[in-house]
Design a protein around this ligand. Structure first.
Ligand SMILES: Cc1cc2nc3c(=O)[nH]c(=O)nc-3n(C[C@H](O)[C@H](O)[C@H](O)COP(=O)(O)O)c2cc1C
Length: 217
């Protein structure tokens, strides 16, 4: 590798769309639904539901990692994970999280701030039971975020579980399930020419009304 990678000349003009002031009057979850549907329908976007989840770590550092959005509605955004993972422990200590989506082919970004809470056991059970057997056993086999000696630890765990569950389906482990992120701020970013991008930031007031402001790019 060269000593210094100069990326200063990588430059792109954004001209795929805009956000008019008219959008400020709508519920941001409706705008999210529209953007998400468009992202899903865009062949160049492979995993429209991949989102960066940021937590405040126990070591004091924010940490971002990608998780998959599995459900959204007016309540918020749901993803599934191991509750004892690094992110799970971080959320237990501080439930304020950030989420961001970047859909490059549409020149769009969505940034969300919200509070994460565990969904009900029944809802986690229902989703766990809907997953393919391999994914269910994988969730059981992996002590997510823990240090392991080698890959064979995972493969051995999986083989033992495969033997154990030849006849009966595995139950969802207590340490695995969903989180609902209830948003209180949602920002939409649409790339525009000459770096004069559109940004609309929606905030939820204490009486549960969304209001929007335009931000300078
Ligand atoms: C495309 C993609 C999708 C992922 N989806 C999930 C997911 O839905 N849930 C999950 O726990 N980890 C998922 N991961 C793995 C996480 O990024 C991360 O490695 C893992 O959750 C452990 O994070 P933590 O140690 O910070 O808790 C995904 C990774 C990628 C690249």
């Amino acid at each position: 590798m060269k000593e210094k990678q100069d990326l200063g000349s990588l430059r792109k003009s954004y001209e795929k769309g805009g956000l008019s002031d008219r959008e400020k009057t709508q519920n941001p979850m409706n705008l999210f639904a529209r953007w998400f549907t468009e992202a899903e329908a865009t062949p160049a976007i492979e995993e429209a539901n991949a989102m960066s989840l940021v937590t405040q770590g126990l070591d004091g550092y924010p940490k971002a990692r990608v998780v998959l959005l599995k459900h959204y509605d007016t309540e918020g955004f749901v993803f599934y994970t191991n509750y004892e993972s690094e992110k799970g422990q971080a959320i237990t200590a501080d439930s304020r999280v950030g989420i961001s989506f970047f859909w490059p082919a549409l020149e769009r970004q969505v940034i969300i701030k919200g509070i994460a809470e565990k969904i009900t056991s029944a809802a986690s059970d229902a989703y766990f039971d809907s997953r393919p057997l391999g994914s269910r056993l994988g969730a059981l086999a992996s002590p997510q975020s823990q240090v392991i000696e080698s890959r064979s630890v995972l493969e051995d765990n999986l083989n033992i579980l495969k033997g154990k569950h030849k006849e009966n389906d595995p139950n969802r482990p207590n340490n695995w399930g969903g989180y609902l992120v209830r948003p209180h701020e949602i920002e939409f970013w649409q790339g525009r020419p000459n770096r004069l991008h559109d940004r609309l930031r929606f905030g939820l007031s204490s009486d549960k009304q969304w209001t929007a402001q335009r931000l300078a790019p």
